[in-house]
Ligand binder design. Structure first.
Ligand SMILES: [Zn+2]
Length: 242
């Protein structure tokens, strides 16, 4: 981590504040809110939170959108106020916002920031025993995944045995638990977990069930699907892996 990044974050903090506030106040007014306060928040995950009380609303918006501009902030405000309202609109992101999240500018600006905020990453795909780069290449060679540009894959620092894989779709970051980087764990196990997470990346941002039937069908296409599932269950309970 560099202090540079933190400093420029602090510097930029007030810069876009007026714009954020203007966009949210305007859309809030359209939804009957007379008092709206919107602030940037350095959440690790991409998210927004809000509190409402009668006709006032207080919002904290992920600072990953700090460089997104008024048009997209207005779209986000529409999505959020739409969800806050009665009935709760399901979809927060407009098509334009989705395109923005998929753009190289968005990922190149925000992925480094996200990585700095991810305290549990080893920042390295090459483990002591297994290499996630070559496992990923094997999955592509088998035609199981296509590969997503700007994706970042790493082992975690800690040995979590319940959560063996993690994926931030919007930041295109995949992390595999260090517990699978052991000699007694065959390479098809981390391969299978990596495959699962890469499928999420490929599916991209979508609303609803992440593990729907189509996902489960593709998951079963991994050549070691059953064995890997069996070993993962064993790893999650075996004292050997404590
Ligand atoms: Zn999953």
């Amino acid at each position: 981590m560099t202090t540079d990044g933190l400093y420029s974050y602090a510097e930029g903090k007030d810069e876009g504040r007026g714009e954020l506030q203007r966009c949210f106040a305007k859309v809030g007014a359209e939804h009957g809110f007379t008092e709206v306060e919107a602030r940037w928040e350095p959440y690790k995950e991409f998210k927004a939170t809000w509190r409402r009380c009668a006709s006032s609303a207080e919002l904290r918006i992920t600072d990953y959108m700090m460089a997104s501009g008024a048009e997209l902030l207005t779209d986000l405000a529409r999505g959020i106020f739409g969800r806050m309202g009665r009935g709760g609109q399901r979809e927060i992101y407009s098509e334009r916002l989705r395109q923005h999240f998929l753009s190289p500018e968005f990922i190149l600006r925000n992925q480094p920031l996200y990585l700095r905020r991810s305290r549990n990453l080893a920042y390295c795909p090459r483990g002591r025993t297994h290499d996630l780069v070559s496992l990923g290449q094997d999955l592509r060679d088998l035609g199981l995944v296509n590969g997503v540009p700007h994706s970042y894959v790493s082992w975690t620092k800690g040995e979590n045995r319940q959560r063996v894989g993690y994926c931030s779709v919007i930041m295109r970051v995949v992390a595999i638990s260090r517990i699978l980087d052991r000699r007694e764990v065959p390479s098809f196990v981390p391969s299978y977990v990596l495959y699962h997470e890469l499928l999420h990346l490929e599916n991209g941002l979508r609303f609803g069930a992440y593990h729907d039937r189509e996902f489960r069908e593709r998951e079963r296409m991994h050549p070691h699907h059953e064995e890997a599932e069996r070993l993962l269950r064993k790893i999650s309970v075996s004292p050997q892996f404590r």
